[in-house]
Ligand binder design. Structure first.
Ligand code: SAM
Ligand code: SF4
Length: 321
């Protein structure tokens, strides 16, 4: 088992397979991005080797993210191999996803998190700088048609989409999806100062409560979201205190960037590079020892991890969300 210095068991890995993206969400990246060269990325063989090491040590779930994962060539091959060794979920912006949905269903992908920050096409363009609203809508409909568990992720941005909180909550009336409102985090790829957020998770909940009564649901162990049902609705809502960082005490996850950097905290620095170790021909056992050593240096929470580094300049597209 992988255990950190705060007795937290690690059984979940989030893997960003590319930094490239076909959207330019303003909270995630600037219009002009310098993307990584292909050789810098972990190859599929390297990803699968690392995942075998992790699953051998008790990791049971991987989330494939990015950048936009469906931009990575032959992603379906990677997914086919991963489902043989682990539970697999995906986070996607939904632009290219719709045609793959029958295959995702056949593969037994456990869950798809679809990112959508507005239900209004012109606003979608302003947020993402791309005209792809209808493609994302199509992905949402096809996921629901195929009964793939869907979480709809909305990043709450002050004065941008806060007028739509109840519209998003209303989606759960007829659709069995989980709408999750995420606090904005300081990873916009511009190294801009980030002085904090005005839309704290409690304010988000209070705003939704004006329109709907909320009943607390029992959250899954290690859940980062606080979840609620609305009486009579098919789906549920959740808030993710991603900036407030209320969930660090039960954090069960690590992150791997497209170039193999390991993050033991979303807010922290890269702590080791698994690609370089594998390219230096370490054995699986040595790889695991390096990983365990990194986990023994883990900060107690995202505030301590952030205090140990300069203000982040990276885009969420390398961290994976
Ligand atoms: N491109 C895919 C997508 O958008 O779903 C996967 C990668 S994206 C980086 C993963 C998640 O991170 C998305 O739900 C996105 O909304 C979220 N995200 C990106 N930047 C963020 C930020 N600054 N604050 C909060 N969430 C952010
Ligand atoms: Fe691309 Fe996802 Fe970042 Fe938006 S949030 S720019 S879709 S990686």
């Amino acid at each position: 088992m992988l255990i950190d210095n705060h007795h937290r068991v690690i059984n979940y890995v989030r893997l960003a397979v590319t930094d490239r993206c076909n959207l330019r969400c303003t909270y995630c990246m600037p219009e002009k991005m310098q993307f990584l060269e292909r050789e810098a990325l972990l190859s599929y063989e390297e990803i699968l080797r690392f995942m075998r090491v992790l699953t051998g040590a008790g990791v049971s779930k991987v989330r494939i993210t990015g950048g936009e994962p469906f931009l990575r060539k032959d992603l379906l091959y990677l997914l086919e191999e991963l489902v043989k060794i682990s539970g697999v979920s995906i986070t996607t912006n939904g632009v290219l996803t719709a045609p793959y949905i029958p295959q995702l269903k056949a593969l037994g992908i456990q869950q798809v998190n679809l990112s959508l920050d507005t239900l209004q096409a012109p606003k979608f363009f302003r947020i993402t700088r791309r005209d792809q609203f209808s493609a994302v809508q199509q992905t949402l409909h096809r996921l629901l048609e195929h009964d793939i568990p869907v979480k709809l992720n909305m990043v709450v941005m002050d004065g941008v989409n806060t007028d739509e909180l109840t519209d998003f909550a209303a989606l759960t009336r007829d659709h069995p999806l989980s709408v999750r409102f995420i606090e904005e985090m300081p990873f916009n790829g511009q190294g801009k100062g980030f002085s904090g957020i005005n839309w704290h998770y409690k304010r988000i909940l209070d705003t939704i409560r004006v329109a709907y009564p909320l009943e607390k649901l029992t959250d899954a162990p290690n859940s980062t979201s606080l979840n609620y049902s609305i009486p009579g609705h098919a789906g549920s809502i959740g808030v993710i205190p991603a900036y407030s960082r209320t969930f660090c005490g039960s954090c069960n996850r690590i992150r791997v960037t497209p170039t193999g950097n390991l993050k033991t905290c979303l807010y922290g620095k890269d702590v080791m590079n698994v690609r370089d170790l594998m390219r230096q021909n370490v054995t699986d056992e040595e790889l695991l020892q390096h990983l365990q050593a990194a986990l023994y240096q883990r900060f107690a929470d995202g505030f301590a991890a952030a205090a140990d580094r300069q203000a982040p300049a990276e885009s969420m597209s390398v961290i994976g969300g």
